[in-house]
Design a protein around this ligand. Structure first.
Ligand SMILES: [Zn+2]
Length: 491
């Protein structure tokens, strides 16, 4: 995706993307290594509360948010007076725990813990700043903020439930009840659960008019004796039987020792080159145009919102709602598409005997356009972390490779042709006059960086990921390393 003009989703707060020392990817690499070893998986369930249950949920959510905001306000005041000492934090935490425990029970402690975690990581960043280790595009670090919508100032609806204060009661495949012990609630949920293990701190969030529960699972871990019900069981088995043992993240071993090199993008979600010389593209079909469609929608709502707001017209909030919904929809669509693509990619590479993949990570972009880069990289990191989660299931190792100039460098002669990228995803070598798919060119450059000089076979396979699944695109016989799109407009 390096150097490309489009911009992917926004809304994140990337931290520790790169530093200006010997290894620009140090922080992300650490995150990747941690993720590879992690036995944690998160389950997302949609909650479908009845009207009266929903009222209670709103109440718990707003109370939790009030707790966070009040507590955080005091800490911020002290911090700005240079007086936020550890013993003061303890005192504040204790006081608020007692203030809120009547209504929230021990769950008040979960909000307080989360707030402490936020302050801890803020202090960590401050320390890095003092030691001049701060990643270059973190320009401003600020103490933990309030739980509210930054534009309307309205509170978010969000709650945390301690790992032993809830449990799931499955009813049938993908459906059941979430029991919140402290609030005498039993709320219907729908959602697939693939893993089993010990449950962690539950988060319930109200987003774009929907309720979601997020449950972290320590896969394969037994529940503690004091909380035997705190154990999540799978409720779903996919037809292909990909999860054989829900107690283990690793499901298979590699069947060969090949390597694969992958460039991530929006047009071609994945451009892949395998060390045996084969190459293929995983395309997102209409995703790119859809992406731009949502982008237009979003910026229209944003513009109308700001206009009305500046004119003091109350209805601006409706447009803010619409804006948030559009953001959410776009991200959901992208998320679904990428996740389908990643699953397909892992399955395909595993069956072809790949044991390790190298994913390109754009570095160059960090030198300009901070905001856009941050938005891009936020999605990019998300995709890579999803990839790790899935590839680890297949026993395939993942490594991140810094990509600089990968999209303007020529994989054929090794030089940089500034005008190498021509039309419709084609790259032309100005020395040899050979043409190649631009994203395959980028993937070949990733291989080169690792020390593999691969000559791709002339045929490039193409697969199309849609919201209904994966389709193999059969290029015409004469299709070669050029993008099939160019040769066959019907695709
Ligand atoms: Zn060249």
């Amino acid at each position: 995706m390096a150097d490309r003009k489009f911009r992917m989703s926004g809304g994140g707060n990337p931290r520790g993307v790169s530093v200006r020392d010997s290894d620009p990817l140090q922080f992300f690499r650490e995150l990747v290594e941690k993720r590879k070893k992690s036995n944690k998986r998160a389950v997302r369930l949609r909650l479908l509360p009845e009207k009266h249950e929903e009222e209670i949920l709103f109440n718990i959510g707003l109370t939790s948010v009030r707790l966070w905001n009040e507590l955080n306000y005091e800490k911020r005041q002290l911090f700005f007076k240079n007086d936020l000492k550890p013993e003061k934090r303890i005192e504040i935490n204790r006081r608020y725990y007692h203030k809120y425990k009547n209504f929230l029970g021990v769950n008040a402690g979960q909000v307080i813990n989360k707030n402490e975690e936020a302050w801890e990581s803020f202090f960590e960043l401050l320390k890095m700043k003092r030691q001049r280790r701060l990643p270059p595009h973190i320009r401003k670090i600020s103490p933990p903020g309030y739980w509210k919508d930054k534009i309307t100032g309205e509170k978010k609806i969000y709650m945390l439930i301690r790992n032993d204060r809830y449990y799931l009661e499955p009813i049938n495949k993908g459906e059941g009840r979430l029991v919140l012990k402290d609030f005498k609630l039993s709320i219907r949920y729908v959602g697939r659960i693939k893993w089993e293990g010990k449950q962690g701190r539950l988060e319930i969030i109200y987003e774009a008019g929907r309720w979601f529960a997020y449950i972290p699972i320590e896969v394969g871990e037994k529940p503690s004796k004091s909380n035997p019900k705190g154990y999540i069981m799978p409720n779903y088995k996919d037809k292909k039987n990909r999860i054989v043992d829900p107690k283990s993240i690793k499901q298979r071993d590699p069947v060969g020792d090949k390597k694969a090199f992958i460039d991530i993008g929006l047009n071609n979600l994945f451009a892949v080159v395998v060390s045996d010389g084969s190459a293929f593209l995983v395309k997102g079909g209409s995703i790119k145009s859809e992406y731009y469609w949502w982008k237009r929608e979003i910026s229209t709502y944003q513009a109308v919102r700001d206009l009305l707001r500046n004119a003091g017209i109350h209805r601006w909030k409706d447009y803010h709602e619409k804006y948030l919904k559009a953001l959410y929809k776009r991200d959901e669509r992208l998320r679904h598409l990428y996740r389908t693509a990643i699953r397909f990619l892992a399955e395909t590479l595993w069956s072809r005997g790949v044991m390790k993949i190298y994913i390109g990570y754009p570095i160059m972009l960090s030198q300009y356009n901070g905001n856009e880069y941050n938005n891009n990289i936020w999605w990019y990191r998300k995709i890579i972390l999803w990839m790790i989660d899935v590839f680890i299931e297949y026993g395939i190792d993942v490594e991140i490779v810094p990509e600089d100039h990968t999209s303007i460098k020529c994989s054929i002669c090794g030089e940089i042709h500034k005008n190498g990228r021509i039309y419709r995803g084609l790259y032309i070598c100005r020395k040899t006059n050979k043409k190649i798919n631009a994203d395959i060119n980028a993937a070949l450059n990733i291989a080169r960086r690792i020390g593999y000089k691969i000559t791709t076979t002339r045929k490039i396979e193409s697969y199309l990921i849609s919201h209904n699944g994966v389709k193999s695109l059969i290029p015409r016989q004469r299709a070669n390393t050029r993008d099939p799109e160019v040769r066959n407009p019907a695709l």
